[in-house]
Design a protein around this ligand. Structure first.
Ligand code: NCD
Length: 324
């Protein structure tokens, strides 16, 4: 039987975090409760002792700002230390041809958890199967998933809307290649009665298979092709960047055009957003949101969404490494 990461089932200690499929609403609740406490720990001005003497390896085969930075900051907030392997293709024995399997075996000997980002979907699962002694945390695997991003996204929605069910959202951009979109649709499927409008250029629509999978998991999906078709007063907008590095050659030629097909402007907000619609983006943005929107109180992408990233990662690291 092929390897599947274990369901969390209320117990995080030692578990790999590879996919949203491992979570139940109860697990997410446990995490959010601890994340709230982590907010206080982070504001305290000195590191806690929660990860005292622990080492976390951050191995990133793809560029990253927020995920790498917030994992590193989280470990340090908790009193632990990191081994940072950025760009292992250039700076580690991977450049000499070392396999992923060997790399994982080596770093699990040095650390208490491994956080991995990789350009190929499914790699975090392979790493989790290989690692025998320490948990693997998926920090994004190609077009696959980005579970910690989704946990922070759900935390932000819950904080602002007070619930994770009966929501109407709009997800926009590269739905074909965006792993944050894929994990978030799985996450929203865990709760009742959520509807998501999907707006993307036709080349970047959710794949048929993903559409069917997520729909069968519970979220109601409605594909639209123009901003005019967006519902009014949605609870959240989740804008995303066109994933240039993952485009097929035909779409890549058309990148400049695809990139700015759908943009959040003041005009769009005036026409479609409600007083409580939150504007989200996993970042980086490359022109999809007019900076004029940044000061709008409904824009959370540079404020609570970013901050929740650290609290959620602190909570998750504490739970998988220490069990509490
Ligand atoms: C995202 C990612 O890496 O998937 N960034 C992030 O982690 N916040 C989104 C992206 O790169 O577009």
């Amino acid at each position: 039987m092929s390897f599947e990461p274990q369901k969390i089932n209320g117990k995080f200690k030692g578990k790999d975090i590879v996919s949203l499929d491992q979570f139940s609403p109860k697990d997410i609740d446990i995490l959010f409760k601890l994340a709230k406490k982590m907010k206080v720990v982070a504001a305290n001005g000195k590191p806690s002792q929660i990860l005292d003497g622990k080492i976390v390896t951050l191995i990133f085969y793809e560029p990253s700002s927020r995920t790498f930075g917030s994992f590193g900051a989280s470990v340090k907030q908790l009193g632990g230390q990191t081994v940072d392997i950025l760009n292992p293709q250039v700076f580690s024995s991977v450049s000499k041809g070392e396999t992923l399997e060997d790399t994982i075996r080596v770093f699990e000997a040095y650390s208490d958890a491994i956080v991995i980002r990789h350009p190929v979907a499914g790699t975090a699962k392979i790493a989790a199967e290989v690692a025998k002694f320490v948990p693997i945390i998926n920090a994004g695997d190609g077009i696959g998933e980005h579970p910690t991003q989704t946990l922070l996204d759900l935390c932000t929605i819950q904080e602002k809307e007070g619930k994770l069910d009966n929501l109407t959202g709009v997800m926009v951009g590269d739905l074909l290649n965006g792993r944050t979109v894929h994990s978030l649709l799985k996450g929203l499927s865990l709760y009742k009665n959520n509807t998501v409008y999907l707006l993307s250029p036709k080349e970047l629509k959710l794949s048929k298979q993903d559409f069917q999978n997520y729909s069968s998991q519970g979220v109601k999906l409605i594909e639209i092709s123009k901003q005019e078709e967006m519902p009014k007063n949605a609870d959240f907008w989740y804008w995303t960047r066109v994933q240039k590095e993952r485009l097929q050659p035909k779409s890549l030629k058309n990148y400049e055009n695809l990139k700015t097909r759908f943009i959040v402007t003041k005009d769009l907000i005036d026409k479609k957003a409600g007083k409580k619609t939150i504007i989200m983006h996993p970042l980086p943005r490359v022109g999809e949101i007019d900076p004029e929107i940044d000061s709008d109180p409904r824009a959370v992408y540079l404020s609570s969404q970013v901050r929740n990233g650290m609290y959620i990662r602190m909570a998750l690291l504490s739970l998988v490494i220490t069990g509490k």
